[in-house]
Design a protein around this ligand. Sequence first.
Ligand code: PNS
Length: 164
Amino acid sequence: MTTAIYPGSFDPVTVGHLDIIRRAAKLFDKVIVAVLVNMEKEPWFTIEERMRLLEKATAGISNIEIAGFEGLLVDFAAQRSASAIVKGLRAVSDFEYEFQMALTNRKLDDSIETVFLTSNAENMFLSSSIVKQVGLLGGDISTFVPEEIKEDILLRIKQRSRQK
Ligand code: PNS
């Protein structure tokens, strides 16, 4: 059985992430979506909330597991017997950072391959930060996030707008 890890902050999950998850789920027997527990920047959503949103958004895909992780990604991948790390590449601007992470991870554990997938062209610009920025400024984010979690995101945008 081939298992892949798709890691990220997912603060929150976007339609771009979901597109990569769907594509990875077709390539691997099992995909573990690994949510970074301790983020450098203060997240909008707690680890439990980020995992719950991912569970809701991926409910229709059978070979997906949502898990939290701390520490080195390669250690988590080894613990879960994963043979690949899946990353989404959007634009050329992602490349340098992703290349650095892929080579670092290879240096740390040569048995785990990083596999880059590209999302739909219409999602190329999208990130969790864009969702939060547009939402806070009153823009329409309905096509940026999975339909199943739209109301959760709008509620958090409302709460954050009040705090400003
Ligand atoms: O969604 P993000 O914030 O781009 O995800 C970044 C993530 C979680 C993939 C990255 O921060 C990560 O792999 N963190 C684990 C720490 C680690 O293994 N570092 C060494 C590789 S550079």
